[in-house]
Design a protein around this ligand. Structure first.
Ligand code: URP
Ligand code: ZN
Ligand code: ZN
Length: 447
């Protein structure tokens, strides 16, 4: 568990942890030696987009390969999204997404429900979705052209329903109208020639995120509905969340490795367009504020927002910053990066790492203590983690379908050695050794 560290054997049967203690002995048991290694609960990434049709293409890691990559990186549960199409019910979207994932996924998975067609029927249906085992919803405050946007009325009413039935509303918080105006201003030949991919930065000043975060927090405050801000990227956003939590509001936020470890100078590189994701990678002072939030506890967890596009897909931009497929790979590298730069960097303890990469997500997403804990009765989702393993990160060694990495060349100290999902070894030494389709859909509790 995130709160404790001790030396023990772990007994596993039927995919569950059945015993914990020193010198457990069963002559018929298969033994995995983890001496001098950490054993963490499997990491949980509550924000991935596998095979997502987006920006004129489809994200390159599908359910099969994306979850293989997860396994290699010590992630044993992922949460993807079931996005409602116009005129479709939420349940129909969930069934369609499950049909794409079931039989393909290699680690356990769950789905957030994404309402995009807000009306009385959608609102009424939220309770049935929660009863089905999906207590978490996601609303995009941008992406009008893509048909994904939720307006304030949907956000407000969604939070009301969440408050009533034990749901949670995740939001992508950016201020759409001003953002679209700024994009329009910069969308001209002269600026595109002069600034290239850096226009992604110029068109998204920090107030674009901060204003939307503030608005969403207000709707959470007045409705009492639980708000979960995804991929928080700014110091202003972190400050707003800190204040909300200080005032006891029902507000939580995740951030991602890209906002902690990279800064917007990457957009000046010749291949700067590869790094485009929304919201964009910000400045060093933003990263610092986000690290502080994770260390001090007002940011709850780390997720990756994995949405992989390879160099060929990214090349679709042809010099136009509005046409870059937005998204980055990440699920495979989250745990090791957070260990190296979080624990190794002296920013937080190893217990806090476990809270940030597993336990807190399990709690917030309604699957604790089945997931996110090493305790009798929990699923035996475990990572044997070698804290002394030196790795120079290169996409060439990774399972992802991406032919580049945002973290290429970074020196890691600490890497997952073995990953178990429900007691089965599914990855070892960074290689997938499990079975396609082994992963199960996780029905979750109201939050
Ligand atoms: O640019 C991103 N992050 N792509 C995935 C969709 C989203 O906004 O989360
Ligand atoms: Zn988003
Ligand atoms: Zn996302």
């Amino acid at each position: 568990m995130a709160g404790e560290s001790y030396r023990a054997d772990i007994g596993i049967e039927g995919g569950k942890i059945i015993a914990l203690g020193e010198h457990l002995f069963d002559p018929s048991a298969k033994v995995i030696d983890a001496d001098w290694k950490y054993i963490f609960p499997g990491a949980i990434d509550p924000h991935v987009h596998f095979q997502l049709p987006f920006c004129g293409t489809v994200s390159a890691d599908d359910f099969e390969n994306g979850t293989k990559a997860a396994a290699c990186g010590g992630v044993t549960t992922v949460i993807d999204f079931a996005i409602q199409k116009k005129g479709e019910s939420l349940m129909k979207a969930i069934e369609a997404r499950r049909a794409e994932a079931d039989g393909k996924v290699c680690v356990d998975y769950a789905l957030h429900s994404v309402p995009t067609d807000w009306n009385e029927a959608t609102k009424e249906e939220m309770k049935a979705v929660i009863d089905y085992g999906i207590p978490t919803f996601k609303m995009f405050m941008i992406y009008a052209k893509e048909g994904l946007i939720s307006n304030d009325d949907a956000l407000f009413e969604g939070l009301e329903v969440a408050a009533e039935y034990g749901g949670q509303i995740g939001v992508h918080a950016e201020s759409v109208r001003v953002l679209d105006k700024l994009i329009e201003r910069y969308h001209n030949e002269a600026d595109m020639k002069k600034y290239g991919a850096y226009l992604h930065v110029l068109s998204r000043p920090n107030f674009i995120e901060a204003e939307a975060v503030q608005r969403a927090i207000k709707w959470s405050q007045v409705t009492g509905g639980r708000l979960y801000i995804v991929h928080l990227s700014t110091k202003e956003g972190a400050e707003l969340v800190k204040r909300a939590r200080h005032h006891g509001l029902n507000v939580y936020a995740e951030t991602c490795p890209q906002y902690l470890l990279l800064d917007d100078e990457v957009f000046k590189r010749p291949n700067g367009h590869l790094f485009a994701t929304c919201p964009q990678i910000k400045k060093k002072e933003d990263s610092e504020a986000l690290w502080q939030g994770l260390a001090k506890g007002y940011l709850s967890n780390v997720a990756t927002d994995t949405c992989t596009f390879d160099t060929k897909q990214k090349a679709m931009w042809e010099g136009d910053f509005t046409k870059i497929p937005f998204g980055l790979p990440g699920v495979e590298t989250m745990l090791s990066l957070m260990y190296t730069f979080g624990v190794g960097g002296g920013r937080f303890s190893v217990n806090r790492l476990v809270a940030l990469t597993s336990t807190n997500a399990a709690k917030l997403m309604g699957m604790f203590p089945r997931k996110g804990a090493i305790t009798v009765g929990s699923d035996a989702d475990l990572v044997i983690f070698d804290p002394n393993k030196d790795v120079t990160l290169t996409y060439k060694d990774l399972q992802t379908n991406c032919d580049w990495s945002p973290y290429e060349g970074m020196k890691l100290k600490g890497y997952p050695e073995v990953t178990l999902c429900r007691g089965k070894v599914i990855a070892g030494g960074g290689k997938f050794v499990g079975q396609t389709g082994y992963g199960r859909f996780v029905k979750r509790e109201p939050v």
